[in-house]
Structures are given as structure tokens and as C-alpha cells.
Design a protein around this ligand. Structure first.
Ligand SMILES: C[S@@+](CC[C@H](N)C(=O)[O-])C[C@H]1O[C@@H](n2cnc3c(N)ncnc32)[C@H](O)[C@@H]1O
Length: 334
């Protein structure tokens, strides 16, 4: 038997059969940059503003922009294009680093970025990058980190394990770090309800804070600030539909859990990251001027209607607009 966390790790990242080792872009879900390039353009505008702030705080220091969990580089290419077109001052001398666990995707992403005249570095883990000043952003990285799964059975909060036939069973907590979450859930979970605990997300924030000498961490993902003890069951997606069973046919489906931004904010504070802002994706995009992408009346141009519907999905409260959040944290120079 292995923990659900170890099962999820191998279902997503097994080098041969893992979901992310074999994923065909957009086949099972769309990420924001896959939906519309306006997302990457607004992100680039906002990153350029943050990089200017960092440059003003530390004149003369070389800055680095890092995308973590960059997949095949779709978003990085949107950001790089916009930096080149609109933010030549912020892009001058900028080092662009890509971090992606899948070597296949990392190679594709690095190749795509060479077209933009930036100094590009590629790494399979954040730990292998030198410490840097600047900004680190990610989109839908944290929701793709494997989670420990807790479940209430016979009045007790137990951990979920998966056997060799991919059947689940409840067992003892595998790590002492899960005890606080289990205690908080004891009186709030209903029988059979589940809650994903991402120890990896905490470690990720601490690791990112350690690599960042000074600057900004921008995290875009779906989730919310969960109240203590609220259930947060993970989900499986295949071909744009949610499936109830999490463990059959490992590698064929995405497994994911909503991000608890409360945890990211607390783990960040413990690692020296101050909370700069926390907004819904729609508010953050509107503040960043995405309206300009909607343009004038589309008349009878059907392609334009499709284009705008995709932007509206980014903004719509029942699309991504409210489900996704944007967290900006700042590390001041020592
Ligand atoms: C849901 S995809 C998002 C891809 C891309 N950011 C986008 O918006 O389209 C998550 C990506 O994070 C990568 N990933 C997961 N854990 C990682 C880690 N610890 N370091 C770097 N990349 C990671 C996965 O391989 C996958 O490509």
C-alpha cells in the first residue's frame, strides 16, 4: 500500500506513463494561456511593472524572470512576446528562466523562447537555479502538486492509501505534519468527506522564497483561502469532464486539488514573503486592462465572437474568473 500522495505523484509524473509525461495540450483541460493570449499579455504587463519596481529598489542589479511549471512554454512565449513588444525597458538585460519537471516539455518551451532575443535558462527544478532578484510566476503549478488525502471514517480522520489494484483504504497518518490538519477536520468533516493536504505547496513556497533574493512571487491558480476544517476533495479530469473515481487508470487522467491560498500566505509569511495582493482572476485581469482586448463591436465577424467568448471565460464568475485567484507576495532586499 502507498499513500494517495505517492500514488498521485506517480500517476502524474511517472516518466513513461505519467499524465504530465504524455499530456496532449488542451486534451483534458484548458489552462488560461491555452484559452487566450490576452492572459499572458496582461500577466506580462503586470510583471513588467513589478520588475520596474524591483529595478528601482536595487538599481544596477541584473534581474531574472522565472516561470515555474511552464509546461510546453505557451504562457512563457506570450509573456516574452508582450515584453518585447511593449516593455523593452523592463526586458533589457532580463534573464528568463524556465523551470519544468517534464524534460519533454522543458525542451519544447526552451526552444520556443529562443525566438524572443532573451537570455534563456532551463531547469527541471527550482533548486538548481542560482538565487536571483526579480520575479517568479506560475500558473496552475500548485494545483498539480501531489497531495496527502485525509478522509473521515467511523468518526476518525484517517489517511487514504492505494493498493496494487488501485483500490483505496483508510490507514494511519503517514506524516506528523498531517496531525494539525486532521485535528482541525475531526469535528467539521462529514462521514466519508475528504480533504487534500498539500505539504508540497508549503515546501514549494519556502523553496521559492529561499531562491528569491528579493522581488515578487506571483501565483495564479484555482482555489481560495479555505476556512480551517473545510473539506477540499481532489478531482480527476479526462477530456474536459470531471470523473468521480480518482484511482483507476492512473496516468490517463489529470488529478488535481484546489489550492488553499491561506496556506500559501502563511507559509510565505514564515519564509519572509509579505502579502502584496490577493485577488480573483477576473478582478486582477480587469485591473490589468484586459477590457482593451474585447475591442469594438464585432458586427458579423464570427471569429471575433469566438475570440471574445474565450476572454469572457477568463473573466466570467462561473468560468475561471472567480474560481481562480492571483496571489502576489514580495520579498524585500535583506
Ligand atoms: C497544469 S500544468 C500548467 C502548465 C502551464 N503553466 C500552463 O499554464 O499552461 C502544471 C505543470 O507544472 C509542472 N510541474 C509540476 N510540479 C513541478 C515542479 N515541482 N517543478 C516544476 N514543474 C512542475 C508539470 O509538469 C506541468 O507541466
Amino acid at each position: 500500500m502507498r499513500t494517495f500522495r505517492d500514488f498521485m505523484e506517480s500517476a502524474l509524473y511517472d516518466p513513461e506513463r505519467g499524465f504530465y509525461s504524455t499530456r496532449a495540450q488542451s486534451a483534458d483541460f484548458y489552462t488560461a494561456p491555452e484559452l487566450h493570449p490576452a492572459f499572458g499579455a496582461v500577466l506580462a504587463d503586470r510583471l513588467a511593472a513589478l520588475l520596474r519596481r524591483e529595478a528601482a529598489a536595487a538599481p544596477g542589479a541584473g534581474l531574472t524572470l522565472v516561470e515555474a511549471g511552464c509546461g510546453d512554454g505557451t504562457l512563457a512565449a506570450q509573456v516574452a512576446r508582450r515584453l518585447r513588444e511593449r516593455h523593452a525597458d523592463a526586458a533589457a538585460g532580463l534573464r528568463f528562466a524556465l523551470v519544468e519537471r517534464s524534460r519533454r516539455d522543458l525542451t519544447t518551451a526552451a526552444r520556443r523562447l529562443t525566438a524572443f532575443g532573451l537570455r534563456v535558462e532551463a531547469a527541471t527544478s527550482l533548486d538548481s537555479l542560482p538565487r536571483f532578484r526579480g520575479a517568479l510566476y506560475s500558473n496552475e503549478l500548485i494545483d498539480a502538486l501531489p497531495v496527502h488525502l485525509l478522509e473521515k471514517r467511523a468518526g476518525e480522520v484517517r489517511e487514504v492509501y492505494v493498493d496494487a489494484e488501485n483500490r483505496t483504504a483508510a490507514g494511519p497518518l503517514s506524516r506528523p505534519e498531517l496531525e494539525d490538519a486532521a485535528a482541525a477536520l475531526r469535528d467539521t468533516l462529514e462521514e466519508g468527506e475528504r480533504h487534500a493536504v498539500s505539504l508540497e505547496a508549503r515546501a514549494w513556497i519556502a523553496g521559492a522564497a529561499a531562491r528569491l533574493e528579493s522581488g515578487f512571487l506571483v501565483t495564479v491558480d484555482y482555489g481560495k483561502r479555505f476556512p480551517s476544517g473545510a473539506p477540499n476533495p481532489p478531482r480527476a479530469y479526462r477530456r474536459h469532464a470531471q470523473e468521480t473515481d480518482l484511482t483507476s487508470r492512473p496516468g490517463e487522467r489529470d488529478l488535481t486539488a484546489s489550492v488553499d491560498f491561506e496556506v500559501l500566505i502563511a507559509a510565505g509569511a514564515a519564509a519572509g514573503l509579505a502579502l502584496e495582493s490577493y485577488q480573483s482572476l477576473s478582478r486582477w485581469l480587469l485591473d490589468g486592462g484586459i477590457q482593451t482586448w474585447l475591442g469594438p463591436d464585432a458586427g458579423d465577424d464570427l471569429a471575433l465572437y469566438k475570440d471574445r467568448a474565450q476572454i469572457k471565460t477568463l473573466l466570467h464568475p462561473e468560468g475561471m474568473g472567480e474560481a481562480f485567484k492571483v496571489l502576489v507576495q514580495r520579498k524585500a532586499a535583506a
